[in-house]
Design a protein around this ligand. Structure first.
Ligand code: SF4
Ligand code: SF4
Ligand code: SF4
Ligand code: FES
Length: 345
């Protein structure tokens, strides 16, 4: 990739040609407030917070401005701060900022930019207050959507279109009534949303929040057990209970993305009805038995079918190595090629 040199806040920087001023600044440890920028998505420049001043050009949105050879930019001036402050104040006066009861508290990008820019309570009081209250959509079994906390950055809309290819949501209505909506403003559960949660993990504020949020005390790196793709995951653990799960951004298989099963389907691990001991049916009822007894029982019944009518269906939850052993066992011990599994897409 071509390299070019530019100056940001008096610091000479060598940047990759084709990157934006915002990306270059962040990569070089220079913070510029931003809300609608996400590294996985095409920039749209709607929040107006990433304003910088370029010599000879004036105020510019840095998330959409590509770096140029010899460019001189600065990220702080009275004019920049005035423009940023107005943009963030307009977001906050239209926002139900009950931060202490918000699941995003302390990890919220709106808090981050408001802290950086410095918001004065007196000025907020002079600005118009929100007139309406949007209904919270709790229809989805895995996450809630609270439009009262939405900053209309469009990250969820772009994620659903650009990454997921579903386009279940888009902006709807006008002025103070503008919101992110499904087709026909129906609850998410009745829309074409696939509940993948990709928008939830990218929402910068508390507008899209998984149900039953709990912060983990540690994370354990693992592989999703659901199918043959083998997506990388981090299990969030609290005590001995798994309380959340996220995709591993460094795993080459999924690069942080997950489907609905992988992202939200982890409750079976701690479910009280999960089978943890083998069962054998006796007189029409399942009874718990020791592992030795169960394995002897299975071995004896398999021997009864050797060379006869037998087929093996393996689970996608098995590893490749386990599936290899299953086919070996079926072919060489049971004497049949009747084997299949569902670990394919
Ligand atoms: S989204 Fe952010 S600013 Fe809004 S209530 Fe939650 S923590 Fe506070
Ligand atoms: S959960 Fe997935 S499919 Fe549903 S709106 Fe979000 S990105 Fe789109
Ligand atoms: S729901 Fe979240 S990601 Fe979507 S527009 Fe609102 S703030 Fe942005
Ligand atoms: S981050 Fe540049 S306009 Fe929002």
């Amino acid at each position: 990739m071509d390299k070019i040199s530019l100056t940001i806040d008096g610091q000479e920087i060598i940047a990759n040609n084709g990157t934006t001023i915002l990306e270059t600044a962040l990569e070089n440890g220079i913070y510029i407030p931003h809300l609608c920028h996400h590294p996985d998505l095409e920039p749209v420049g709607v929040c107006r917070l990433c304003m910088v001043e370029i010599k000879g050009r004036g105020l510019t949105i840095s998330c959409k401005a590509p770096v140029e050879e010899g460019m001189v930019a600065r990220t702080e001036s009275n004019e920049i701060n005035k423009a940023r402050r107005m943009a963030v104040e307009l977001l906050i006066v239209n926002h139900h900022a009950d931060c202490l009861s918000c699941a995003k508290n302390t990890q919220c990008k709106l808090q981050e930019v408001a802290n950086y820019i410095g918001i004065e309570e007196k000025r907020l009081q002079r600005l118009r207050k929100p007139t309406g209250q949007f209904a919270i959509d709790t229809s989805n079994p895995f996450f809630d959507r609270d439009p009262n906390r939405c900053v209309l950055c469009g990250i969820c809309v772009r994620t659903c279109e650009e990454i997921q290819g579903v386009s279940a949501i888009d902006f709807a209505f006008r002025g103070y009534g503008t919101t992110v909506s499904t087709f026909g403003n129906k609850p998410l559960l009745e829309s074409r949303c696939e509940s993948c949660g990709e928008c939830v993990v990218r929402c910068p504020v508390g507008a899209l929040i998984p149900k039953n949020v709990q912060q983990p005390s540690r994370e354990v790196k693992s592989i999703c057990p659901y199918c043959g793709c083998g997506c990388g995951i981090y299990l969030g653990v609290r005590g001995s209970t798994i309380v959340n799960l996220r995709g591993d951004p460094d795993n080459p298989v999924n690069r942080g993305s997950l489907c609905v099963k992988g992202r939200f389907g982890y409750e079976f691990i701690n479910h009280p009805e999960r089978l943890t001991r083998p069962l054998i049916k006796r007189n029409g009822k399942f009874v718990e038995v020791a592992w030795d007894e169960a394995l002897n029982f299975v071995a004896k019944r398999l021997a009864d079918y050797k060379g006869g009518h037998f087929a093996f269906i393996a689970s996608a939850k098995c590893t490749n190595e386990e599936n290899y052993l299953f086919q070996k066992f079926t072919r060489t011990v049971m004497g049949t090629n009747n084997i299949d599994h569902c670990a394919r897409l």
